[in-house]
Design a protein around this ligand. Structure first.
Ligand SMILES: Nc1ncnc2c1ncn2[C@@H]1O[C@H](COP(=O)(O)OP(=O)(O)O)[C@@H](O)[C@H]1O
Ligand SMILES: [Mg+2]
Length: 264
């Protein structure tokens, strides 16, 4: 018989025990003579929703691409806790193939991985489930031009989730959409991040909107103008679900705004 050891409360694991997923150490990324990132250190904990906030051209997209291994580090390190860590990437534009349906676009990464247009029924089922999750279950057969901008970004999100990522890297994913659509999609993003339906637990999102960063994140990483350096790492402890009207959130937004102004 297995003995059941009672848990001593003093030994219980705290809810937010540090659990580094991605460790960035003194990272430098260069494009020729231009240093896009210079000496940036940052730890992404497993389970966190982090926003990278900074002025246009400061190196936010470069940082995200470096985490995904799409641009090399000139110096410093990016250490993944698990070399097999799965990342999903989403860009500001949906980048859908116009001749493929929503379903056809979502299964594309699997087809490319399989090296041909081979998709089995499990992949097909999973793609439909991802489209359901982003509220597009009725639009699996629609072509991109039949979908609104917000719906196209939903397809792009379903495609990013198709590879069952541990971490989602989002580069201003809803930045090109109107504010109302963006709010709805941000709420859904938080719902998917919090749900246990997928492996996804960690999100790193680039934004230049202070309210968006504060409303969505556990932590906001505020960066200087290029080359990106850390100004402040701001924890957001307001309870969820959050609204931009939350007085504590508003106070943090003011603090960040003043900090960004002072750094100019
Ligand atoms: N592929 C590239 N080749 C040359 N310069 C680049 C490239 N990508 C980005 N840069 C430069 O690096 C800097 C940071 O760019 P980026 O990371 O796109 O900024 P952000 O996303 O914060 O607006 C900019 O000066 C940009 O011109
Ligand atoms: Mg960018």
């Amino acid at each position: 018989m297995n003995a059941v050891t009672p848990v001593n409360p003093s030994q219980a694991i705290p809810l937010h025990q540090p659990d580094p997923l991605i460790t960035i150490e003194k990272l430098q990324v260069r494009f020729g003579d231009v240093a896009a990132i210079d000496g940036l250190s940052l730890i992404v904990q497993r389970g966190e929703f982090i926003s990278l906030l900074g002025p246009s051209g400061c190196g936010k997209s470069t940082l995200l691409r470096a985490i995904a291994g799409l641009v090399p580090a000139a110096d410093g390190d990016i250490i993944l806790r698990d070399p097999k860590l799965r990342t999903g990437f989403m860009f500001q534009k949906p980048l859908l193939l116009p001749w493929r349906t929503a379903l056809g676009n979502v299964v594309l990464p699997v087809e490319l991985q399989n090296g041909g247009n081979v998709v089995d029924s499990t992949d097909d089922y999973r793609a439909r489930r991802m489209l359901d999750m982003v509220q597009l279950g009725d639009f699996v057969d629609a072509y991109p031009q039949q979908l609104s901008g917000g719906m196209q970004q939903r397809v792009a999100l379903a495609r990013a989730l198709m590879g069952d990522p541990d971490v989602l890297l989002l580069d201003e994913p809803f930045g090109a959409l109107d504010e109302l659509t963006r709010d709805v999609l941000n709420e859904e993003l938080v719902r998917i991040w919090q749900s246990r339906e997928t492996r996804l637990k960690t999100v790193v999102m680039v934004t230049h909107s202070i309210p968006e960063a504060v409303t969505l994140s556990d932590r906001v990483i505020v960066l200087t103008a290029r080359p990106a350096r850390l100004i402040e790492d701001v924890p957001i402890r307001c309870p969820r679900p959050r609204t931009p009207e939350d007085p504590d959130a508003i106070a943090i937004m003011k603090h960040i705004r003043m900090m960004v102004r002072a750094s100019r």
